[in-house]
Structures are given as structure tokens and as C-alpha cells.
Design a protein around this ligand. Structure first.
Ligand code: SF4
Length: 249
């Protein structure tokens, strides 16, 4: 979808307006135009975030997997505060597999849902030792069969550590931005991660899938936040159907 003259007029007159909470399907935009717009969006993101990468600190595939499990319902900054101590004590699958749950819980308590996360991390360590010789596998099927690892975490591990573009990570930021930028057309809302991922994979070139995930998360944090998108400071403004659009909520 191109930005209409009407939209541009709104841009000048309502610079502080919120975008729609849910942009909704883009029924009128031909797929080729959407693909061309997606490429331009990626180009703009690369200008602004040339180094966009995973914000979770890690030194191995195991650390990345554990940190991603801890990041559920928690900020990356908070996770980065607890993982140095956690990984100093449990640096690999073998050590965490034999950990006492109470000891792990104490270290990760501040990340929330710490009992479940402890079960997942210890379960992950055990499964890696029993089935994969202590190594984190590099295929989607093997990863999603592990405790605590669903498709989102598997995409993080495959894209960030193994540099394999098998899918697109969809978290809360990416779901929101995919809707505002109307890079999804089959999803019912910004939480419909399965459809959003399918749409992003269809509209964006495969080689960009991992970068796109990182860059949209950065953009969601720095510019296009849930409550106060800074459309006036956004270099995607001419490519975004939700720019300066009044909230429908
Ligand atoms: S992507 Fe940019 S222009 Fe679009 S709603 Fe977010 S901040 Fe505004």
C-alpha cells in the first residue's frame, strides 16, 4: 500500500496521534507492492540499525537457549543481569542437568515464572545430555522437541547462533510492528504469531529473516513502542500505513 495524499495530510496535522492498536488486514495492497514495500522497509532498517543483533548476552548455543527461555515475560536487560552468575555456576548442559532446582530458582527468581523456567532449563540440560551428547542441535524439529523450546526460541537459536534462516522470530514487538506496517494480512491480531511468521516469511526474502527479527525488535523498543510510537522520528514513516493514524481503540 502506498501512502496516499490524505495520509500525508494527516501526517502534518496530527503529529502526536497514536497509530491504530491493530492495523488489520491489508486487502487492497497487491502482493508485489507489499513485497516491494517490505524490501524498502528492510533497507531503511539497515540504515538505522546496521548492527542489529540479539540483545541477550551469550557465549554458546546453550547459553543462548537458556537466556531465551528466561526472557519469556521478562526484559532482556533483566535476563542479562542474572545470566552471568547463572552461567558462571552452570556453564553447560552437563552442569545444569545435575543442578538442584532450589539453587537455580534462587539465581533466576527476578526474571519471573522462575519455577517453570527452572524446570525448563534443567530439563533442557538433561535432554541435551541424554539425546544430543551435550550439544544444542541445529534443526527445527530437534529443537522444538526439547523442554522449554517452542518455535520462537528455536528460531532465535537457529538464526542467531547457527546463522540459519529457518523462520522469523515473532515476539510482542515484532507482532505489533508487523501489524502496524501491514506486513501481515492473514493474522487476526498482533498475538497471532503463527500467521504473522508465515506472512513475514512470504513477504521478506529468506536471507533477511534473522536480521528482520532483530531490527524490528530494536525499532519496537526505540521508536515504535506499544503506547507511544514516535512517528515523527521514524524513518519508516513513508512506508507505514499506520503512521499518524488515530487510534481506533
Ligand atoms: S513504524 Fe514508525 S511510522 Fe509506523 S506506527 Fe511505528 S513509529 Fe509510526
Amino acid at each position: 500500500m502506498t501512502v496516499t495524499k490524505k495520509t500525508r495530510k494527516k501526517t502534518k496535522t496530527a503529529p502526536s496521534a497514536k497509530p491504530r492498536a491493530t492495523a488489520g488486514p491489508t486487502t487492497g495492497e497487491p502482493p508485489k507492492d507489499r513485497q516491494a514495500r517490505a524490501l524498502k522497509i528492510i533497507r531503511q532498517l539497515k540504515k538505522k540499525y546496521p548492527e542489529a543483533e540479539c540483545a541477550l548476552h551469550h557465549n554458546s548455543a546453550f547459553e543462548l537457549a537458556a537466556a531465551t527461555i528466561l526472557s519469556a515475560q521478562c526484559t532482556d536487560d533483566r535476563v542479562n543481569m542474572v545470566t552471568p552468575t547463572l552461567f558462571a555456576k552452570y556453564p553447560d548442559p552437563a552442569s545444569i542437568a545435575n543442578a538442584k532446582p532450589a539453587d537455580v530458582e534462587k539465581l533466576i527468581k527476578s526474571t519471573g515464572f522462575f519455577r517453570n523456567k527452572t524446570k525448563s532449563i534443567i530439563g533442557l540440560g538433561k535432554a541435551l545430555m541424554e539425546k544430543h551428547g551435550g550439544e544444542v542441535p541445529d534443526t527445527m524439529d530437534e529443537l522444538v522437541a526439547l523442554p522449554g523450546i517452542a518455535r520462537k526460541t528455536a528460531n532465535v537459536i537457529l538464526g542467531t547462533w547457527y546463522k540459519k534462516n529457518e523462520g522469523v522470530v515473532v515476539d510482542t514487538h515484532i507482532g505489533r510492528l508487523a501489524h502496524r506496517l501491514r506486513l501481515t494480512w492473514r493474522s487476526k491480531d498482533s498475538k497471532d504469531a503463527v500467521k504473522i511468521e508465515q506472512d513475514l516469511m512470504e513477504v521478506c526474502p529468506r536471507k533477511e529473516w534473522t536480521y528482520l527479527g532483530h531490527a524490528l525488535i530494536w525499532h519496537g523498543r526505540k521508536v515504535c513502542s506499544a503506547r507511544k510510537p514516535k512517528c515523527g522520528d521514524c524513518n519508516l514513516v513513508d512506508l507505514c500505513p499506520s503512521a499518524y493514524v488515530e487510534s481506533e481503540a
